[in-house]
Design a protein around this ligand. Structure first.
Ligand SMILES: [Zn+2]
Length: 1009
């Protein structure tokens, strides 16, 4: 193994000019032995023919079925060459009848240096995409499915339930009482992002209500259930009492004060979001408007109408984001309580005089609160906001209330799933006027700037904030149930498919820092786009923790909802299984409840557990919900069919058919017995054949073999029949080893010990075993991460399964025996199981038949040219702003350090691009594209802090951490500063946060005597 890092001591940004000459890192392990091994090559792929409605971009498959020379086959990932924005724009101009081809490759294959070439033939047609008119199946409700057995699923669920019960409910009510002028005596002050001086307060209480509801779904009828129910009832009662304080009659108006009356425009324009101002606003609850229910005064959502950006103490954070969490919590309570009618045991009067609500009454009250707040939102947005796309940004912001601008703001415009909750409310109420208003309110949260390109399958999600936008897609899809406009379905369908190939990682997560980067750049981004310690010693250290857990939570939800419309498309539940069985189940520390914010994805990464309460952070909030709803998409049903979507040990009550179905299996499962435990009914049963089940899938009905032919990534159907108690279906599907390939070859990496290591281009992938992403503690640097494997992957060997119990139950492991090396091999364990530092992605050279190995002769410049175009656009934006005579620094398009790096790499990229084809190599082109992409990925909008701004804070933080005896104040200041460093590196930290962290550390250090 050649160690390269000692040669390169220059800073990262000087590497560009030196990349091509020296990149040569031989595969680590001797290949002589493997080369004798059996080789299989790709033999056949079905033609890829696509019809593309005029004005859209073709929907190209992100996975294709390949047949190998040895007769086996599997799904392989693709990468298409039309991802550059200028190419997408050109495609949209083609007229009906035009035919064109798009080149692509199958990733991970070494037939050519760019992969295995494939081509799609596209015809532009004069018709729209087909869309399903309505959902054709719904998941069995959470309350009707319970997870059984002693396994990681029940372990995590029980851990979450115990934790939920340990949270002090008064802390969840504190902010409401404070906001509505009620006494806070006896109520514990809220903390984390719900603390009295955090503008996201309310978000945690919302997640708390959802978590209570989901936990109750698994505990009703038990002592824990009784305690949870008590909390649910109290939340609902106290929130309604707060909300009722806004029912204020106005004689002059001749009606109640409404949302539209709050803060008339001249007043609004003078309002500010400082805490001093907020303390005044909260005395004014009588004028919030009928139905306002929030943990913060109504000034908060009103201020966003003045485009009050997320960047300092004077304005807002993300007002509608928090409103959504509270609405969602109430809706979840309403749904769960409504479907549990047989839990009288849970109601135990505290005193004889106590009037306790029935479950149905709790459900009605929760719905009423949510509906009244939903109508407040309708009233406010209907009367006080509008959409105008005309003119430039300044013109569009001239008057308050332009929703086009409001929702397009970075983070401040983050509205969570407002559309989803309002659409659901619209489905739940019966009054036609209220239904219509709630649906109108839902679509008031449409973001045309974000939606329009997506509705035509154009990738405008690159560089956007990931978790700000994923819930807007779920919302678009939910609103489609009410408005029936294909536009909304297409947005969701296109987005989901775009995610699969262009942005997702093996565990199903997305995002670097909190952002989407450039398409098809996951491996490069993983290794370069996020950094810790930037600017210290000129060293760049990529943070291996990426893929915010909230994104995984929201993508799972979107997938479940899309599956309702097309439950026969197994790609949805294949993905759901991927993200649930890996990132979501792996996101809680099984030994001590704490959840991840970012996840461990990159080199030698350790899951950054923390986020111990729903109010701690966004991921603390989604984390509280995640582990009490693993079963929410296990089964889908309609009038005549049940889809077994996930293999997990469960008991399911299908009320409409009056049958109880039990799935008896381990988790994870290679086989499962599905029994009719009670009842008798006629229906069809569809069993998911996972994409990974390439070495057999067998189905027996009452002992008789059924499945002879099957296709991985599909459903096997047992046609409608009369099922009787005792009928049993046995499914067997051995786990297979395969590789989830990254889309790019990661031509360079930044690591601790070798800050700027360029590599010989090599495919990067994660080893999978069945649905499980596998990870190893024995690879700690990219130098150690090169492996050569035979095409049948026989160097990767499954080990005997360890039975175990609880969190250790049914543990699958693999060992990788690098060819030519003796010994025990490298141990791999499932990602969900790993809590130490480990590595998922390896540089893998899978040998292919030499005869089939042809070099691609044509130079490909697509990525380079695309990166140059983006860079030039950013340059033009910044130059336009520079030319202004009056400048507000926070309004600069781009923050200075990132912009300076862009200029440097743009010059280099243009020089490479200008070289004569005879003197430039593909490696040189790729390296220039990678470097330019890397700097594009690390740029921040002008109002955000950059890692370079952290130098003073990092130094002070190091000094404070070195102090031996720390006061609580100092420990808390350190923990706050650590959080700020994380946010700044992740892309959402502000300069105000840095200043606040510095102040707190300085004060705490001075007091630490
Ligand atoms: Zn989060």
């Amino acid at each position: 193994m050649k160690k390269l890092h000692s040669i390169f001591v220059c800073t990262l940004w000087l590497v560009a000019s030196m990349v091509p000459a020296m990149a040569s890192s031989n595969p680590t392990h001797d290949v002589s032995e493997s080369s004798k091994a059996k080789k299989r090559i790709i033999k056949k792929i079905a033609p890829i023919v696509v019809e593309c409605p005029q004005g859209t971009n073709p929907r190209l498959p992100w996975q294709v079925w390949v047949t190998y020379s040895d007769g086996t086959g599997e799904w392989r990932q693709t990468r298409w060459s039309n991802a550059a924005q200028q190419t997408e724009q050109t495609e949209q101009t083609y007229l009906v009848g035009h035919k064109f081809t798009v080149d692509g490759v199958i990733t991970g294959d070494n037939t050519t240096e760019n992969g295995y070439p494939i081509t799609a033939t596209v015809t532009v047609v004069n018709k729209n995409w087909d869309v399903p008119a309505q959902p054709v199946a719904e998941p069995l409700p959470l309350t009707m499915v319970s997870i059984t057995g002693d396994n990681r699923l029940t372990w995590n669920r029980n851990l979450d339930i115990r934790e939920i019960l340990s949270w002090d409910i008064t802390q969840q009510l504190y902010n409401y009482r404070d906001t509505y002028g009620l006494s806070i005596e006896g109520y514990k002050v809220a903390d984390g992002w719900d603390s009295p001086t955090t503008k996201l307060k309310g978000h945690g209480s919302g997640h708390y209500m959802s978590a209570l509801a989901f936990a109750y779904a698994s505990t009703y009828g038990t002592p824990e259930g009784r305690q949870i129910r008590e909390r649910i009832e109290r939340m609902v009662n106290e929130l309604r009492a707060c909300q009722e304080r806004t029912f204020v009659w106005s004689d002059s108006l001749g009606r109640y004060f409404e949302a539209r009356d709050y803060a008339p425009e001249p007043v609004l324009k003078e309002m500010k979001g400082t805490w001093a101002a907020f303390n005044e606003y909260k005395k004014d609850y009588k004028h919030y408007g009928y139905g306002y229910l929030n943990a913060i005064p109504a000034a908060h959502p009103a201020l966003i109408e003045c485009y009050r950006a997320y960047h300092n103490e004077e304005w807002v954070w993300a007002p509608y984001y928090t409103i959504h969490k509270q609405l969602a919590g109430l809706i979840d309570i309403a749904n769960v309580m409504n479907s549990i009618t047989t839990s009288l045991n849970d109601v135990q009067p505290r005193q004889n005089t106590d009037r306790r609500l029935t479950n149905k009454q709790i459900a009605e009250k929760a719905l009423l609160i949510a509906k009244d707040m939903g109508l407040w939102v309708w009233n406010r947005l209907h009367y006080r906001t509008y959409v105008s796309t005309e003119g430039d940004k300044a013109q569009r912001q001239a008057r308050p209330g332009n929703r086009y601008e409001m929702w397009n703001m970075y983070i401040a415009g983050e509205v969570g799933g407002m559309q989803e909750s309002l659409s659901r409310l619209s489905e739940m109420v019966t009054d036609p006027t209220e239904k219509a208003r709630l649906l109108e309110a839902a679509n008031c949260f449409d973001s045309p700037a974000f939606y329009q390109p997506l509705s035509t399958n154009m990738d405008d999600i690159r560089t956007r904030h990931a978790n700000q936008h994923i819930p807007m897609i779920t919302g678009a899809l939910r609103s489609y149930r009410g408005n029936h406009k294909a536009y909304y379905y297409n947005i969701a369908y296109n987005f989901w498919n775009m995610i699969q190939g262009r942005y997702a990682y093996a565990m199903g997560g997305v995002g670097n820092g909190e952002m989407f980067r450039q398409p098809y750049s996951q491996m490069l981004s993983m290794n370069t786009s996020v950094s810790r310690g930037w600017g210290r010693n000129g060293n760049t250290v990529p943070d291996p923790n990426i893929n915010e857990t909230c994104c995984a939570y929201n993508l799972a939800k979107l997938t479940k909802d899309l599956n309702c419309f097309d439950p026969d498309d197994a790609r949805y539940m294949d993905y759901y299984e991927r993200v649930l069985y890996n990132q979501i189940i792996g996101s809680v520390n099984p030994e001590h409840y704490s959840c991840t914010y970012q996840y461990a994805v990159g080199m030698n990464a350790q899951k950054p557990f923390g986020n111990e309460t729903p109010q701690s952070t966004c991921c603390g909030g989604t984390g509280a919900e995640n582990h009490v709803k693993y079963q929410e998409a296990a089964y889908f049903v309609n009038d005549n069919t049940i889809w077994v979507a996930l293999y997990m040990p469960t008991v399911a009550q299908w009320a409409q058919k009056d049958v109880v179905i039990e799935q008896e299996c381990l988790w994870p499962a290679e086989s499962s017995k599905i029994k009719i435990k009670k009842g008798s009914a006629t229906f069809a049963m569809k069993l998911r054949v996972p994409y990974w089940a390439t070495q057999g899938f067998s189905v027996k009905l009452n002992g008789k073999q059924l499945a002879k032919k099957y296709q991985p990534c599909s459903y096997f159907e047992i046609p409608a029949r009369l099922w009787n108690e005792g009928d049993i279906v046995e499914v067997t599907m051995p786990f297979t080893t395969h590789i989830n390939w990254g889309p790019d070859k990661m031509e360079l990496a930044a690591t601790t010990t070798n800050p700027q290591q360029p590599f010989t281009p090599m495919w990067v992938g994660a080893i999978m075993y069945g649905p499980l992403v596998m990870t190893t503690e024995e690879v700690k640097t990219w130098d150690e991460a090169d492996f050569t494997l035979s095409s049948d992957l026989h160097e990767v060997q499954p080990q005997p399964v360890q039975a175990g119990t609880g969190m250790n139950a049914n543990l699958y492991t693999l060992r990788l025996f690098p060819s030519g090396e003796q010994g025990e091999g490298l141990l791999f364990v499932p990602d969900y199981y790993e809590t130490h530092r480990s590595t998922h992605y390896l540089r893998l050279n899978v040998l292919t038949d030499a005869k089939g190995n042809k070099q691609s002769s044509k130079l490909t410049k697509t990525m380079l040219e695309s990166a140059i175009k983006i860079a030039k656009e950013r340059k033009a934006e910044q130059e336009k702003w520079n030319a202004l005579t009056v400048k507000v620094p926070a309004h600069a398009p781009w923050a200075p350090h990132g912009y300076a790096r862009l200029m440097e790499q743009l010059a280099n990229a243009e020089a490479v691009n200008a070289k004569d084809a005879k003197t430039v190599s593909q490696t040189e082109i790729n390296a220039a594209a990678s470097l330019l992409n890397m700097v594009i990925n690390t740029m921040r909008p002008g109002n955000l802090a950059e890692p370079e701004d952290l130098t003073e804070l990092q130094n002070l933080l190091t000094q404070c951490k070195d102090i031996r005896d720390k006061t609580t104040e100092l420990r808390e200041a350190i923990s706050y500063a650590d959080m700020v460093v994380g946010y700044v590196n992740g892309g959402s930290g502000t300069k105000d946060m840095i200043d606040k962290a510095l102040d707190r550390l300085k004060t705490a250090r001075a007091n630490n005597k």
